[in-house]
Design a protein around this ligand. Structure first.
Ligand SMILES: [Zn+2]
Length: 430
């Protein structure tokens, strides 16, 4: 009989057993970084913290946080805990907002990465007879490589096509019979547009059934839009270069994000005070890698806002759950005292019949005052109908209903907003 979980022993372990395992691993990793890395050694000493202070899991709150700033300061190899000879792979973030974040892996780290990615893809429904079209950009970015490792660990086929050259993507999808697609959610919609231009019906003419999407904030409305367009089940993948890459959480059939908590210990903190919050409360996600050798992260502040739950899931997994990311605190905008995330505007737009998921938020700053406006494309059919002012008004009303804020909406012709084959640029500053 086919197994329901990739790693049943871990994925259905009781929460008390899991916590025992986490504590054992936490004690070990904290001593390990203290003994093998001068940054951690110094940081712990300055905080008056010793590895033997960890007696129970809650004692983790005695350890100082690790921030993106620390990683930049110790760029590129200052946080490495092994000899450089033991490193077998190096990745890096794009570094668009400063120095890139570097991810380093020993052989053992790569095995862990393949394991957690296999769990994630298995949870999405990927099996040995599947063909995964890997349309994340191959390069230093962790995305494509994580998906490749997990797919091959399962024994399924990977097509390492990378991003871009969209017509070729469609040809390959058709000719090679891709059953799963991995890329950014916005790119999958662009691919559907190109498939239609080439005379295909995305829903009927391909074997595609599973979508593995991530690296971009996207709303539930966007998920529905993608599922309806391609006739697939779309799954969220969450991960960070600082932690391991994709594979930090696995989304099950119930569309719940299970944290691979035997390897990654999650906490939720108040982003202002740094205090630990209870399960069910919204706050900033903090991760500790429990098993990584080359580049462990102890209490890394992700700046991602989410809720953490410890509850049984219908799928049978017992691993703790995190909500979808409400937004990165970096993406948060404050307009007339109201906190706005791009994903909230996306939800509003996609609630209106006749509007597409192609939009851009224009952010204008005058002194200390921020104002927003939205440009959005209607569908081709709706555009031909005319009466576009009416459509704009509907979108403005929907945004007002969600945010209690008036944001002007402009309807722009189809195909006028730039498409991306990677992360879509949703907010443009003027
Ligand atoms: Zn589940």
């Amino acid at each position: 009989m086919e197994k329901k979980f990739w790693n049943p022993e871990v994925e259905t372990m009781s929460i008390s057993k899991l916590k025992e395992l986490q504590l054992k691993r936490l004690k070990k990793i904290v001593s390990y970084v203290y003994e093998n890395n001068s940054f951690y050694h110094k940081r712990f000493r300055e905080a008056g913290f010793k590895p033997e202070d960890i007696k129970k899991l809650e004692d983790i709150s005695k350890i100082p946080f690790l921030t993106k700033q620390d990683l930049r300061e110790y760029y590129p190899f200052g946080l490495v805990c092994v000899e450089m000879d033991d490193i077998v792979e190096i990745h890096a973030s794009s570094g668009t907002t400063g120095k890139p974040v570097v991810g380093l892996y020993t052989k053992n780290d790569l095995d862990i990465w393949a394991e957690v990615m296999a769990r994630s893809l298995w949870a999405n429904g990927l099996r040995r007879n599947d063909v995964l079209q890997n349309s994340y950009g191959y390069g230093l970015f962790t995305g494509a490589h994580g998906f490749e490792k997990g797919t091959q660990k399962i024994g399924a086929t990977v097509i390492p096509i990378s991003s871009g050259n969209t017509k070729r993507q469609i040809t390959v999808m058709k000719d090679f019979g891709s059953t799963a697609l991995a890329c950014t959610p916005s790119y999958s919609l662009y691919m559907a547009e190109v498939a239609e231009e080439m005379g295909f019906n995305p829903k009927e003419d391909f074997k595609l059934k599973i979508g593995c999407f991530g690296a971009e904030a996207w709303s539930e409305e966007m998920r529905k839009n993608i599922e309806d367009t391609w006739g697939i089940t779309a799954h969220e993948h969450y991960g960070l270069t600082e932690i391991i890459g994709p594979g930090v959480v696995s989304e099950c059939k119930e569309k719940k994000l299970h944290i691979n908590a035997d390897h990654f210990l999650a906490e939720i903190i108040d982003p202002e005070t740094g205090e630990t919050l209870e399960p069910g409360e919204e706050g900033e996600l903090v991760f500790t890698t429990l098993t990584k050798e080359a580049f462990p992260a102890i209490r890394f502040r992700t700046k991602d806002l989410a809720v953490y739950y410890e509850e049984k899931c219908e799928c049978g997994r017992t691993l703790p759950i995190q909500s979808r990311i409400k937004g990165r605190s970096d993406d948060m905008m404050k307009v007339k005292g109201v906190i706005v995330f791009p994903s909230q505007i996306e939800s509003a737009i996609l609630n209106i019949n006749g509007l597409s998921g192609n939009y851009q938020i224009i952010k204008t700053k005058k002194g200390s005052i921020t104002s927003l406006s939205v440009e959005v494309e209607p569908t081709e059919e709706r555009y031909k109908e005319g009466n576009l002012d009416d459509l704009a008004k509907k979108a403005e009303d929907e945004i007002y209903a969600i945010l209690n804020l008036h944001i002007p909406v402009k309807i722009v012709p189809p195909q006028s907003i730039p498409r991306s084959t990677g992360k879509a640029k949703r907010v443009v500053e003027k």
